[in-house]
Write a protein that binds this ligand. Structure first.
Ligand code: DGL
Length: 274
């Protein structure tokens, strides 16, 4: 394995771009490969077996492109597949953890709200966080069906998105939450609207920067850090429709980028529902 090999990052869709931007910020010299499995988003309503199979297939693809580390930029895939990925692949696998720990430190009211997919809220990882920090603070999990779809459709501030967010955020405020954890990587793209609804006295936090720091540590420990003076590149793939992905990824990445089809690059196997 070589320090100049790329880092592979994937998500059920475009949400993981919120993690990718923190990775780019923390590691400017790295080449980054990003897979949006948008043909199968949201993962939240799929079976664990399905999410595991997709995560394995995408990781195989990224490893075949010489990835030196994999970032599972999806809380739902982390909950459903990280143990399997770590047992099957020898490259370091870095995964998400909702920012419950910093939220527990930050809250003054003692109530934190966690916005996530229903699957994340019942995952072992989250149940563990709940047990670990739930004794000191009240942790209120809020499932948010529909939000991933809004981000995938590029609707970050329209009426429907606002109505969904009000439905999910206002009850948490009524419970006394002064800190909101974004437990899904799609949600940071909704952070301005969430902040507007919650008001300036409420902290809205996510774990993307912490994941980028963890990736930095793992690469450093394995002597796999690319020279920070070089200019890293990004490559994007989607399993979804290119005419939708191309403008959406460019908008969220804040730069015109080329998005390739996973289908034409790796053949039908990876794109076929499993
Ligand atoms: N970005 C994914 C996450 O962090 C969305 C999950 C989904 O597709 O349901 O959980």
């Amino acid at each position: 394995m070589n320090a100049l090999n790329p880092i592979g990052v994937f998500d059920s869709g475009v949400g993981g771009l919120s993690v990718l931007r923190e990775i780019r910020r923390a590691l400017p010299g790295e080449d980054l490969l990003y897979v949006a499995d948008s043909a199968h988003a949201p993962y939240g309503d799929k079976s664990q077996q399905f999410i595991e199979a997709r995560s394995i297939a995408i990781t195989e693809f990224l490893v075949s492109r010489n990835a030196k580390a994999i970032v599972v930029a999806c809380n739902t895939a982390t909950g459903a597949a990280v143990t399997t990925l770590r047992s099957r692949f020898s490259v370091p696998i870095i995964a998400m953890e909702p920012a419950v720990k910093p939220a527990a430190t930050h809250t003054k009211t003692g109530v934190i709200g966690v916005l996530a997919t229903s699957r994340t809220l019942v995952s072992d990882n989250f149940v563990y966080l709940f047990a670990r920090y739930g004794a000191d603070v009240e942790i209120v999990g809020q499932a948010c069906p529909g939000l991933v779809e809004q981000v995938e459709a590029g609707d970050l501030s329209g009426d429907k998105t606002r109505a969904l967010l009000e439905r999910y955020v206002l009850p948490l405020l009524e419970r006394g939450a002064d800190t909101l954890v974004l437990g899904c990587t799609h949600y940071p793209f909704l952070a301005p609207l969430i902040q507007e609804i919650a008001g300036s006295g409420v902290a809205v936090i996510d774990s993307a920067a912490a994941v980028a720091r963890q990736l930095h540590r793992r690469l450093e420990a394995g002597d796999l850090l690319a020279d920070g003076d070089r200019v890293g590149t990004e490559c994007f793939w989607t399993s979804g429709a290119l005419d939708k992905a191309q403008p959406l990824v460019s908008r969220l990445w804040k730069m015109d980028v080329e998005v390739r089809s996973l289908l034409s690059d790796v053949g039908v196997g990876l794109n076929k529902p499993v």
